[in-house]
Design a protein around this ligand. Sequence first.
Ligand SMILES: NC(=O)c1ccc[n+]([C@@H]2O[C@H](COP(=O)([O-])OP(=O)(O)OC[C@H]3O[C@@H](n4cnc5c(N)ncnc54)[C@H](OP(=O)(O)O)[C@@H]3O)[C@@H](O)[C@H]2O)c1
Length: 298
Amino acid sequence: MNTEINTVVAVVGPGAIGTTVAAALHEVGRKPLLCGRTPRDHLTLQDGDRFITVPGPVQTNPKQIARTADLVFLAVKSTQIDAAAEWLKALTGPETVVCVLQNGVEQLDRLATYSLPGQIVPAVVWFPAQAQSDGSVRLRGDARLSLPDTSASRVVATALQGTRCSVDLAANFSSLAWRKLMQNAVAGLMALTHRRSGMFGRADIARLTLAYLQECLAVARAEGAELGDEVPQDILDKFRAAPADMSTSILTDREAGRPLEWDIRNGVIARRGRVHSISTPISDILVPLLAAASDGPG
Ligand SMILES: NC(=O)c1ccc[n+]([C@@H]2O[C@H](COP(=O)([O-])OP(=O)(O)OC[C@H]3O[C@@H](n4cnc5c(N)ncnc54)[C@H](OP(=O)(O)O)[C@@H]3O)[C@@H](O)[C@H]2O)c1
């Protein structure tokens, strides 16, 4: 396994998260291969007043990939993995590490479908970044990833060493991923109401949110996550303390009429609940509504 800093790195899906990672690598002189859908001659990351330009071009044809990469960052939305699978097949060999920069707790299961020869590393992405209408990306926090503490994760940590994107190898990765998932699941309510964080100031929404989070917590614990009784209230408090006009990516996607990541963020609670015979009455109402909002018909 290659742990050298001159690792050949590819970024598949140079959107908000992919551009941030590509810019972090570029800033320290590493040159990621950019694999996307929309042709661009460069990527731009804006951090405050600072603009970082990553030279392209963004490749758009997986058939033109001549060799496998040592490390692939997969940063398409979960709804776009099928369409991006040709990139993964072209870039992945037996020694390749694929680091999945996506929300959720099912990164390994989802990628297993493609029988890739390399090793898959899930990540928790902690930073917010936003694609702008001109294709540039605004970074809205310190770039930070958590990965499980494994040898494959160390390939990722080494590649990002010394960059603005910090990596922590977490012994309790599964608990971190479930906690982040619970936060993402609640944000799904915003896509249904078309409202920003201010909506959590309503007493009825606060009650619904807490009840939903208790349901999520029961499933998370059944899956082995070690999360305390205080977690639901902490998550609700965070939404209530946020600026009332704070949005979230699932609401942005809803407003733009794009497919929603409802399955990995909300569907998963009901699905994993069924495995453990835990009833999920709130999910059973929310999930079909989110699925229909995302995928129609109508
Ligand atoms: N953004 C955040 O703040 C944030 C924070 C935490 C976690 N996440 C998670 O990170 C993941 C990525 O989110 P994101 O916000 O970075 O999404 P995004 O901005 O929509 O980026 C996705 C990128 O993938 C590209 N793409 C789509 N189909 C492709 C294909 N077939 N082949 C290659 N590239 C393709 C898109 O190209 P186009 O330019 O053509 O659309 C776009 O550049 C999601 O799971 C999200 O939930 C995001």
